[in-house]
Design a protein around this ligand. Structure first.
Ligand SMILES: [Zn+2]
Length: 448
């Protein structure tokens, strides 16, 4: 009757109830609900404005990131490059008149201030000069050309010299050029979430309690896609592989796995003033639906979930020895096929870059690789790393697993938890005292 014992009992009951049945029942209920609701859903996210129209600068970034992911580049290095180039991040980074005013007041980004002043003042600026100013201020290079500037609705005013444009127009101009309003940064995680979104390929996705990029693609929408559905599906498979997520080491075992029982948002870990840590639903700019009204102590929650996970891992080790013999060979072949395609992409990519390949030839090659890659990935059948891959370093005996768990790197422990558990809902605090109340930890939602 220890707290972990109670959770374990619930977990084992869920396992015993046959994961397959539970999962498929849950999915069909979700599909029905999504179909019925018609899911007019909210904003389409990065790449689109409020009226579901494509934002050219963002679409450019989407296509570039998608291609780089398909070409095997890591999310981490893509994020670093986007930051180096000053590409605006999703959600945050939007300009409005107030931010334009503030940027001029602070003058900590002189290149941006120069653009703002050029747009505001009554002076003649040529399209070429203005394009150069935009690029220097961090505008998307492929966009900020003289001909693009000439095509913009504000161009006439900026270049005519009779009067400058107002600050809300300046704000739109900076946004359209791909210049970020603030200094928020790309990380592997937001690159991944951005490029996985179903809306980018024109499909609605249904993802209860999560933001875009995790749900199933349920029905085609009526907005213009930026990527093809095939590309989005490939990207999702690639970014589900654990190796694509390498970046900074995670700090908190259950960050983003715990969900706020009040609003459904992901809970994040953060240090507390007494040297410990906690998980909290925390309000953040750009996340208006987050309630910010729920926390739970970190160490106790980690300990309870850990002990239960160790037990389930011990169970799984017993079962996986039987599975391994069946699925091994095919998976290895598919993995080496994918590695081979990555090698070919790299080799012919440099040939193409050096001008030794014609565009048509390059397109044909890429098409062929995409087909081979899709086949290999289908064979690999992995929308998540398989349990046996994740558990390969883990010892077999229960006692050894327990010892291993206390010393294993956070990344590896998190990967195991993530592979087993999609989410755990944390209920609001009862009216009781300050004692840690383990009954607030809900039943884990299991992955297939
Ligand atoms: Zn909340």
């Amino acid at each position: 009757m220890t707290p972990s014992g109670r959770l374990l009992a619930r977990i084992l009951a869920a396992v015993a109830a046959n994961e397959g049945d539970v999962k498929s029942a849950r999915l069909s209920a979700q599909r029905a609900q999504a179909a019925q609701a018609g899911r007019a859903h909210g904003p389409l996210g990065y790449g689109y404005d409020e009226d579901q129209r494509i934002i050219a600068a963002e679409a450019e970034v989407v296509r570039e990131v998608a291609q780089r992911v398909l070409d095997g580049e890591t999310l981490y290095s893509i994020a670093a490059d986007l930051n180096d180039r000053g590409v605006a991040t999703p959600g945050s980074g939007r300009w409005d008149a107030r931010r334009v005013e503030r940027a001029v007041g602070r003058r900590d980004r002189p290149e941006v201030v120069e653009v703002i002043e050029a747009a505001r003042r009554d002076a003649v600026v040529t399209a070429a000069v203005f394009a150069r100013l935009l690029r220097r201020a961090g505008g998307t290079p492929a966009l900020c050309t003289a001909s693009w500037v000439r095509d913009q609705p504000w161009a006439e005013h900026v270049m005519s010299g009779d009067h400058g444009v107002d600050d809300s127009t300046v704000a739109r101009l900076l946004g359209a050029a791909g210049i970020s309003a603030d200094r928020s940064f790309w990380r592997a995680a937001n690159v991944r979430a951005m490029v996985r979104r179903g809306s980018l390929c024109g499909w609605r996705e249904f993802s209860p309690g999560q933001r875009g990029g995790y749900g199933e693609l349920v029905s085609p929408g009526d907005w213009a896609p930026i990527l093809s559905k095939e590309v989005t599906e490939s990207i999702r498979r690639i970014t589900d592989r654990p190796s694509s997520r390498r970046g900074r080491d995670p700090k908190y075992l259950l960050a983003a796995i715990l969900k706020c029982g009040k609003c459904g948002s992901s809970m994040a870990g953060s240090p507390t003033s007494n040297g410990g840590y906690r998980y909290a639903c925390s309000k953040q700019p750009g996340r208006p639906h987050t309630c910010g009204g729920l926390t739970i102590a970190g160490p106790q929650t980690d300990a309870i979930v850990s002990m239960a996970v160790v037990d389930v891992v011990a169970e799984a080790k017993v079962r996986s020895s039987a599975i391994r013999r069946r699925s091994g060979a095919g998976a290895v072949a598919a993995e080496s096929e994918i590695a081979e395609i990555a090698r070919l992409r790299k080799h012919y990519g440099s040939e193409f870059a050096a001008g030794r390949l014609h565009q048509d030839e390059w397109d044909v090659l890429r098409e062929g690789w995409a087909i081979r890659q899709r086949d290999a990935e289908r064979k690999l059948g992995q929308w998540a790393p398989s349990l046996e891959t994740v558990l390969s370093d883990v010892p077999r005996k229960r006692a050894d697993i327990e010892t291993w768990w206390t010393t294993a790197p956070m990344r590896q422990r998190r990967e195991i938890v993530r592979t087993l558990i999609e989410s755990i809902e944390i209920a609001p605090r009862g009216k009781s005292n300050n004692r840690f109340d383990d009954s607030r930890i809900g039943d884990p939602v299991w992955r297939a």
